[in-house]
Structure formats: structure tokens, C-alpha cells
Design a protein around this ligand. Sequence first.
Ligand code: NAX
Length: 331
Amino acid sequence: RKEAVRVVVTGAAGQISYSLLPLIANGAMFGPDQDVILHLLEVEFVLPALQGVVMELEDGSYPLLKDIVATSDANVAFKDADFAILVGAFPRKDGMERADLLSKNAGIFKVQGQALDKVAKKSVKVLVVGNPANTNCLLAQHFAPSIPKENFTALTRLDHNRAKGQVAKKLGVSVRDVHNVIIWGNHSSTQYPDTTVGHVVVNGEKKSIRDAVNDNKYLEGDFISTVQKRGAAIIAARKFSSAMSAANAIVDHIRDWVLGTPEGEYVSMAVPSDGSYDIPEGVIYSYPVTCKNGKYTIVQGLTVSEFSRGKMVATYEELADEKKAALEQLQ
Ligand code: NAX
């Protein structure tokens, strides 16, 4: 049997984790022959509730779940971690200033970055989910200089899956038939869901999404805003933010990163910008990627229209502003 992987989940008693932990324990993330050890991190006053989650995991009788560590100490949680899924973050409260939110989160991701640096495996793969996810990821990376920069990623797969879902619904096809939608930039309302590259396969025939939908006004208007505002629509309907779909997207992100993407298939991951598509280095930016052998590669050479360029730059500028504000909070 392969050695068990140690998977840290922060915010482990929260609502996303409640949907996520059973998926990790049942093999959806790493496959049916990979044992896992869950390291659950929570703030101290939530530890009693976390014990309830631990009991439920024990009662789940998951054959792949080898052990559980539950703690409020980051240096215990991140010890020897192979994967770190950072879900816990300080939530935005009514009337809270943006600077306040950035400052509260900067504190959290500084501590967790330092703990990763100190005690995690140097090969640890990090996925930040807690908002503002891209900038929180940048902070964790900043405070973990001994871990390769490219190991730090943030979640835009939920946005990617939402975009796919909207195209499928519009065309009355399965999401299985929709390929290579792209999310560029920030996991925020400035993200750019791009359908200029993707295609659909309908009745065995391959067509660009543009041709199949045949309504550019929709694809450059309502489609984009529906995806951008989907999170808010779910909060309005459910009174809680998306959790089931977020957990599912987290599994998709890590599974594809580790086990690879199907030939020719692009997925969206927020990763350190490297100058690709003229987005300057130094932010965590969502790009189309393919994955193989545990590594992601940014898809190169796609044609970018003027419309796309404007949106890609706007979401970059928001990330550059967030970075500046977050770094100021730390001084
Ligand atoms: P919950 O409020 O249900 O859970 C968060 C948990 O994190 C709480 O139990 C809290 O005690 C814990 N926590 C807070 N600070 C912590 C710390 N320093 N260390 C460890 N645990 C800590 O939120 P939930 O609905 O689970 O959402 C979690 C985060 O995901 C939020 O920031 C949310 O905005 C973000 N999301 C990001 C998405 C993405 O696509 N990137 C989509 C879903 C979600 O909105």
C-alpha cells in the first residue's frame, strides 16, 4: 500500500469543510487506493464543535481514513503536511471596511504561511479557498519562502465549473460536452469568465462555444455577470454561502493537480503569475492550465481579443490593489 498522505484542512468545523471532509475520506480526491490522514485546524473556541466533526468522521467507517489530528495549533496541524487546503478565513461582517477584512486575514495567512514554512514538507501543495483567496494565498506564499512558489494556488475552479454549467444549460447539453471555458484573474466579481477559446461537442460534432451559442451579446454580457455574481445569488437564496459546490470544486482542483487533466482539457487554477499573457509577476492569477505528473502548466499561445484583454487587465489591477493594501496592513 502507498504511504498515507497528510492533508491539512483549516476551518475544519465550517460549512465547506462539512461537505469536503467526507469527499477526502472516501477517496474522491486522491483515488480509491490512497490512504489519508486528516489534519484539522480550527480556532480554539470552535474545538468542541470540531470534536463533533471528528466523531462523525470516525462513525463514517471510511476504509481510507487512517488517522485524524484535530488542533488549534498551526505548528501541529501543518506538521509533515503533503497538502494544505486553507478554507478558514475571517468572514466579512456587515459594515466591515475592506481594509479591516484584509488586515484580519493578513494576520491569519501570515501565521499559517510561517507554520507551513517551518513544519510542512517542502513539497507541500497548497490551495487557498478562504477569501480574499488570491491575496490570502499570496500572503501565505510570502511567509513560506522555503517552499517553492509554484506550490501555492487559490481556488477558481468553482467559478470555472459555474461557467461550464451556464453554457451547458444554455445549450441544453451535459457539462460533459463543454470544454475549455476559462476563468482569468481574481476570485471576485472582477473575474473574467471567457468563452472565446472553449468548444462543445454536440451529437459528435465539435463546435466553438461562440458558434454553438450564437449570441455574443449574451456571452459578453449576462453570461459573464451571472458567473461573477453566482456566489451572491446563492447567499441570497440559501442565506449561507456556497458550500457543497465549493467542496466539489476543491476536490476537482486537487485531484486534477495530482492525478492530471484529460488530454486537451483546460481547467482554471489561480497560480503565481509568471508574465504569461502579459500579466506581471507577483500576484496569484487564475489561468487556464493543464496538469500532468503532479505539475500544472499554464496554457500558452491562446489568442486574446481586445474585449478579453480589457477584462484580464481590470481583474489584474484589482489583485495589484489588494496586494498593496494587504502588505500595508502587515507593516
Ligand atoms: P464558515 O464560516 O462556515 O467556516 C469557516 C471556519 O473557519 C469557521 O469554523 C472558523 O472558526 C474557521 N476559522 C477562522 N479563522 C481560522 C483560523 N485562523 N484557523 C483555522 N480556522 C479558522 O465558512 P465557509 O462557508 O466554510 O467558507 C470558508 C471560506 O471560503 C470563506 O472565506 C468564504 O468566503 C470562502 N469561499 C471561497 C470560495 C472560492 O471559490 N474561493 C467559494 C466558497 C466560499 O465562499
